[in-house]
Design a protein around this ligand. Structure first.
Ligand SMILES: [Zn+2]
Ligand SMILES: [Zn+2]
Length: 119
């Protein structure tokens, strides 16, 4: 089981963060997304999360649809039903109506500290 979340490290005596994938015991941590390529050192966990989300939006944004049961758009104040899903990477999915199925909207949807589980 793999987890994706901001990883703390220290650089020049300061507390910094990058976004990484790791086992729950944090052995074998690897940097992911832009944090991998640029050797990021973010000031906050949120910054590291946003860095990875932007990477997913730029590189792993996939629209799927048509074959799911109609469900409510995942934007809280939206009452529209949808059968369309926007995916970030291979495991993050958002049910979004036509109005909200765009990158600008997904950028505003928060995610939890532990982003998701991977096999
Ligand atoms: Zn980064
Ligand atoms: Zn909507």
């Amino acid at each position: 089981m793999k987890y994706l979340y901001p990883i703390e490290f220290s650089k020049d005596g300061k507390r910094k963060y990058y976004f990484g994938e790791t086992d729950i015991d944090e052995k074998g941590v690897v940097r992911v997304g832009t944090c991998k390529e640029d050797k990021c050192a973010h000031d906050t966990p949120t910054e590291a999360s946003d860095c990875y989300r932007q990477y997913l939006l730029d590189n792993e944004w996939v629209l799927k649809g048509g074959n799911i049961e109609p469900r409510k758009c995942c934007i809280k104040k939206c009452a529209n039903m949808t059968t369309q899903i926007a995916c970030l990477g291979d495991s993050i999915e958002y049910a979004l109506c036509d109005e909200h199925r765009n990158k600008a909207t997904v950028k505003t949807i928060g995610w939890g500290f532990v982003l998701n589980l991977r096999n």
